[in-house]
Design a protein around this ligand. Structure first.
Ligand SMILES: *[C@@H]1O[C@H](CO)[C@@H](O)[C@H](O)[C@H]1NC(C)=O
Length: 381
């Protein structure tokens, strides 16, 4: 009889040992904490709206094989609500299927839920039908605008709840608005409205954050207490100076570059933008050497199908291709840049294996990292 009873205490012991899924910010170690351990992510941007559903899995696997921990993705509102109150989450718009695929591929998700996303996407993701109200002031606490945003988020955010990391899903962080500090309105009440809305549907545990250009003036109107402020910047900049601007808003906590540009967008009639792989690899190295988190924007650009391309002001439209000179080409092929960046990411993984992740030296002392790299080579070969 005792044999039959044996599995009971054993299984209860096991379930007690299963660590709870948690993700948050540790302001003492200046890092993220996942399941109780310090965590740093290297992520890449992919937009499901720019890739046919048929290829989603292929692209995600190629991102995983580059050594990425996570993907970062936008949700374009106008792609899902073509007319007021009419919603489309089918086929190429099957956002939940995309999240499931990412999860199955072993990639975490950083969700940029809008309502505004920019992304060189038509009207930055805002539905054109908002303009039927002529007096509307977009991206502000204009009542008509807020009513439409509130209604859309009451559809989108409840769908996202079960994909949160704490609930067993892949989503570790959710971005509110997008580079709001670059917009003229500078309306804190609008950001507060969004913060409350997101918390209402997603709960208190999920990390909410903002992203802005790495300068004081951008962060002035883009950052809000309660939303973790991150920055974005391109290869070739002074990485120390760029992260110091984030430190002005977030004196402690993880360093994050939410958009580290692997290439650049194109404008109709201009030459295709090309950024050399070596320049990107060099700055990526510098970012990672200080233990910062980084998202490669884009890891795969894809295509602006139909008329979903955006335009800049003064009027400069984007073409159909959103290749972006990214590590994966518009067609999803591996490029020289893919292999160059995979090498940089691979180095970090070797160091992580060698040193463990808790080493504060790993975070801050680049020369120590170099020494350890040599040591690792001797140790393994
Ligand atoms: C980068 O910026 C830091 C902080 O502003 C400054 O101390 C340093 O001299 C800069 N480095 C270069 C190479 O300009």
């Amino acid at each position: 009889h005792w044999l039959l009873l044996l599995p009971c205490p054993t299984s209860s012991l096991l379930s007690a040992n299963v660590p709870q899924r948690s993700f948050g910010i540790d302001y003492d170690c200046n890092c993220f904490v996942k399941d109780g351990s310090p965590f740093r992510y290297i992520s890449g941007s992919i937009h499901y709206s720019r890739i046919p559903r048929y290829y989603w899995k292929d692209r995600l696997v190629k991102m995983k094989m580059a050594g990425l921990d996570a993907i970062q993705m936008y949700v374009p509102w106008n792609y899902h609500e073509p007319r007021p109150g009419v919603y489309d989450f089918s086929g190429d718009r099957d956002l939940e299927y995309f999240l499931q695929l990412a999860h199955e591929t072993g990639l975490l998700v950083i969700l940029r839920a809008g309502p505004y996303i920019c992304a060189e996407w038509d009207m930055g993701g805002l539905p054109a039908w908002l303009l039927e109200k002529e007096s509307i002031v977009l991206r502000s606490s204009d009542l008509d605008y807020l009513a439409a945003v509130g209604k859309w988020m009451s559809v989108l955010l409840p769908k996202m709840t079960r994909y949160l990391y704490q609930k067993g899903g892949p989503i570790i962080m959710v971005q509110v608005e997008n580079e709001y500090g670059s917009y003229f309105a500078c309306d804190y009440d609008y950001l507060r409205f969004l913060q409350k809305l997101f918390r209402q549907y997603l709960g208190d545990e999920v990390v909410l954050f903002t992203t802005d250009g790495a300068s004081k003036s951008h962060l002035r109107c883009g950052a809000l207490q309660g939303l973790y402020a991150t920055v974005d910047f391109a290869p070739g900049v002074n990485v120390t100076a760029a992260f110091l601007t984030q430190r002005a808003s977030e004196p402690t906590g993880p360093l994050v570059n939410s958009e580290f540009y692997t290439g650049w967008l194109d404008h109709w009639g201009h030459r295709h933008s090309v950024v050399p792989a070596q320049a990107i690899a060099k700055t990526l190295n510098e970012i990672l050497a200080r233990g910062a988190n980084v998202n490669l924007y884009m890891f795969i650009g894809g295509t602006n199908f139909g008329y979903w391309n955006g335009a800049n002001m003064p009027y400069l439209p984007q073409p159909t291709s959103y290749d972006y000179d990214a590590p994966l080409s518009e067609a999803g092929d591996l490029t020289e840049k893919y292999f160059a960046l995979r090498e940089v990411i691979g180095m970090v993984s070797i160091l992580r294996t060698c040193l463990g992740y808790n080493s504060s030296l790993f975070f801050f002392n680049f020369s120590f990292v170099c020494f350890c790299l040599l040591f690792c080579f001797f140790f393994f070969f």
